[in-house]
Design a protein around this ligand. Sequence first.
Ligand code: SAM
Length: 284
Amino acid sequence: MPNQYGTLYVVATPIGNLSDFSLRAISTLQQVDLICAEDTRHARTLLQHHGINTHCISLHQHNEVQNAQSLVDKLQQGQSIAIISDAGTPLISDPGMPLVALAQSSGMQVTPIPGACALIAALSASGLAVTQFSFLGFLPRTSSARQILFKQQKNNTETWVFYESCHRILACIRDLVSCIPADREIAIAREMTKLHETIVKASLADMLKLIEQDSNMQRGEFVVMVSGAKIDKKPDTLNEQQLKTLKALLSECSIKTAVQLATEITGARKKLLYQTALELSEKS
Ligand code: SAM
């Protein structure tokens, strides 16, 4: 039996350049019965630009919980609904979660229409390692709360990413410098896809200087990315205790067995233990 329920479409919109809008996003917004937009006036510019005349209502952080059930009722009556935010992908530091969660738990189909997302765009052009990353959303507004967060993140080996506003970018980078080694690499993506798009990668110390000296670097919208902590490499020489253990084992076993046991006991690199064992046996 065909599904009589409507679908909830989660539609990504551009993060600046109005052309960064997929053909599927445009046709979905033209075809749905209703668009829920974070800000209807803001949405109108985009919708008009693409000739979309669908009825639009506002759904934002202050009314989304109370409106979720009536919107799910519409889906159950067979209407299709699209949700959009002011920029990028809904729900990513944006409204939409209560409606998506309720629609999904009510058995409605929820379909993403993917597109722009500031954190993904920023990572893709940052030059930092992006295989694994942590997204922190917007940071706390006070310096003391930010510093606590930065200290917790200090040993995170993944690249970490967050959104920051122009009002706090300088204070935020100053807080970072006070908590993280100043030679750590960071990247900032500012005003992506817009006229003043700037994507810079530098050491934390140099980035702070750049932002302090160039007031343009305190304007617009920002994504900040901090490279992960480097894991300490194992040293190139054995310490006294490791050497003592190796020597004791060599006096009782073959090189192969001594190295195998020493690796397990001391945790030192096997190759280093083997090399040292050969040198010791040549000397004896
Ligand atoms: N949902 C959006 C997304 O998918 O990226 C994010 C919405 S959040 C309310 C807005 C924040 O995203 C901005 O304060 C800024 O940190 C970041 N952002 C959005 N557009 C941006 C752009 N063009 N360049 C840099 N950062 C941007």
